[in-house]
Design a protein around this ligand. Structure first.
Ligand code: GAL
Length: 627
């Protein structure tokens, strides 16, 4: 590890069966030895609570802790994450084992940080449909609504005679004849999300009350993960970390076939960057990568071998966005069990894998970088987990998911060389010039009035503000609260099947509108029009509403126009080249399969070359911060 340049090691996240082989029989020797070995080598430790894997003896004692899927089947022992967040019995057990690990290691000088559990929500584990979950949901509803009449009215239960007389009649929203009431589904998602936050908060409290109260606390979140609201959970942590597997997610995700082919061995140019910026927001300015892909993974439909330079390239990209740590999963390949085909920094025989040298190179490169802090960008993009649930619950058309829409808008901005901060609904908007609302279903009045007070211009994409928080259509119709700045009302939605399109014109060019178009009633004239005379792009006092689903390339054209109006400098990038500033440092990353040349005006090049091959980066030092 020293030879690789590693300074920090995360351990014991799945080690419950070795720490406590049977109830109350603890075996600390092996873990003490590991901690001592690392400490003696000058390495710092991130210790974990091992609650993602309850051991077999515990499941035998308490089979009710196992989750139940939406078909009513128990999800059994034999992999991981086999517990229900709402199980009181499991919460007590999780607290008991966490307290034992914390008591033992909190004060150890090598332990500098803690990770709670491991990847909350992985393998579709946020929700569980056991009887006990239903009872906990009913209680949660009672607290949220007070009276069943309030709930009936909020959910519109008069429809289809869905009215309840008592909270204990309300089931979990599965196994209904046709789709359950969307408000019911939405409340269920809110309830499930709260259970995750509460589970995490209880572990955090143990650490904060321990002899190691001054150590930082993190959780390793995931990519493309929206099943629970990360913002409240992140609020209880000191640092948000996430697990970055660019090739696995490219292959598994919604990128076009062309992009999957083009970026097969280096990943999509915006996918990891989007998550760095998202977790920067979740961690309130402090984030890192807890698991960085080192080589082929074992879980995507096809598992490409990254370019040899990729592990370092991805790590440096995280650093460019302000990451405090980049950790690789895992150190040595495990020759057995589920992840025997998952690469590591060392092969299963202990020799170096191709990633080892790349990580060494990264460590040296990081050490030679001057210290510069990430600064606030001029452009912000709103991200709202609850809106993701809403767009899942009523997707209404393909490609209208909030996450996909947000990543496309982010990509568009990045292709113009912009740095983009991702923000939550409660963010302070001062200092931003433009806020992108990427089809965010719930848009609060607070946010709109904050934008107005701070003089921030808006670019709102189709579907923004289309529900209120009780999952009904807004009284003033979509885009709801946005209407105070953008006088448009959505009076019909056309969801366009794959293969069909509307031809349109704007800015003197021809456009094609796919997937989604809204019919707008407005006193303002559109600046983009479909062939049938309806508008697809409206502007009012510098704010923009796009009532059609545009792809990243089309959005880039729209954003270029808006940036011109709002005096935001853009630097259109060659395809696959990305630029990110960190204070006075300007980082360039080439994802494109072709070499790209790039110079940064009068700045001084301190790493890399002017010509960047695929998977190479350069760093330039400019005299002033210039994003
Ligand atoms: C993460 C997880 C790791 C490992 C890795 C494989 O989901 O936290 O334990 O399974 O993925 O890529």
């Amino acid at each position: 590890m020293n030879e690789a340049g590693i300074e920090l090691v995360r351990i014991a996240e799945f080690a419950w069966s070795r720490i406590e082989p049977s109830r109350d029989q603890f075996d600390w020797q092996w873990l003490d030895d590991a901690v001592t070995t690392l400490h003696n080598a000058g390495l710092k430790i991130i210790m974990c609570t091992p609650t993602a894997c309850p051991p077999r003896w515990l499941v035998d004692e308490m089979p009710d802790i196992l989750p139940v899927d939406s078909e009513g089947r128990v999800r059994g022992f034999g992999s991981r994450r086999h517990y229900r967040f709402a199980s009181n019995a499991y919460r007590r057990e999780a607290q008991r084992i966490s307290a034992a690990v914390i008591d033992r290691y909190a004060a150890h000088e090598a332990v500098v940080g803690w990770q709670t559990d491991n990847e909350f929500g992985c393998h579709d584990t946020v929700t569980s449909y056991a009887d006990d979950d239903r009872a906990a949901f009913q209680q949660w509803l009672q607290t949220a609504y007070g009276t069943v009449d309030a709930l009936n009215s909020d959910w519109g239960n008069v429809f289809w005679s869905q009215e309840y007389q008592r909270f204990d009649q309300i089931d979990t929203p599965n196994l209904t004849v046709t789709e359950p009431n969307p408000a019911h589904q939405f409340a269920w998602r809110c309830f499930a999300s709260d259970q995750v936050s509460r589970f995490n908060a209880q572990q955090v409290e143990l650490i904060r009350n321990s002899a190691g109260a001054d150590r930082w606390i993190t959780h390793n979140f995931m990519g493309n993960s929206t099943d629970f609201d990360h913002f409240p959970l992140g609020h209880d942590l000191d640092v948000a970390t996430w697990d970055s597997y660019p090739l696995g997610f490219l292959d598994q995700g919604w990128a076009s076939d062309r992009e999957k082919q083009r970026y097969r061995r280096i990943g999509h140019p915006d996918w990891a960057a989007f998550h760095h910026d998202l977790y920067h927001a979740v961690g309130r300015g402090r984030f890192g990568v807890m698991e960085q892909q080192p080589g082929p993974v074992n879980w995507a439909p096809s598992n490409a071998e990254p370019l040899d330079s990729a592990p370092a390239f991805w790590g440096m990209e995280a650093i460019a966005h302000g990451a405090e740590l980049v950790s690789y999963f895992r150190f040595q390949q495990m020759p057995q069990a589920q992840e025997q085909m998952h690469a590591a920094l060392r092969l299963s025989d202990g020799s170096a894998s191709p990633a080892f040298a790349s990580v060494q190179h990264l460590a040296q490169s990081i050490r030679s970088l001057p210290d510069h802090e990430r600064k606030q960008a001029q452009v912000a993009l709103l991200f709202d987990y609850r809106s993701c649930w809403a767009s899942d619950i009523q997707h209404h058309a393909a490609h209208m998911g909030t996450l996909e829409h947000a990543i496309d808008a982010y990509s568009a901005g990045r292709s113009l060389g912009l740095d983009i901060d991702i923000i939550g609904q409660d963010a302070d908007l001062n200092g931003y010039k433009l806020l992108i609302i990427p089809g965010t279903v719930f848009v609060s009045e607070r946010l709109i009035s904050a934008a107005s007070t701070a003089g921030v211009k808006l670019l709102a994409l189709a579907r923004s503000g289309s529900r209120n928080t009780s999952f009904s259509l807004p009284d003033n119709l979509a885009p709801g609260a946005l209407q105070s700045l953008l006088p448009v009302r959505v009076v019909a939605v056309d969801s366009i099947r794959e293969g069909s399109l509307h031809k349109a014109t704007a800015l003197g060019a021809e456009w094609e509108i796919r997937y989604w178009r809204e019919r707008i009633d407005s006193p303002i004239e559109p600046i983009g029009q479909c062939d049938d005379g309806t508008g697809f792009w409206y502007r009012h006092q510098g704010h923009h509403y796009l009532n059609a689903r545009l792809d990243a390339q089309q959005l880039a054209v729209v954003m270029q126009q808006i940036c011109r109006e709002s005096s935001i400098a853009v630097l259109p990038m060659p395809e696959g080249l990305r630029r990110r500033c960190r204070g006075n440092l300007v980082f360039l990353f080439n994802f494109s399969p072709e070499p790209v040349r790039w110079t940064e005006g009068h700045a001084q090049r301190i790493q890399g070359n002017e010509e960047l091959k695929t998977g190479e980066w350069a760093v330039w030092l400019s005299e002033s911060h210039n994003d």
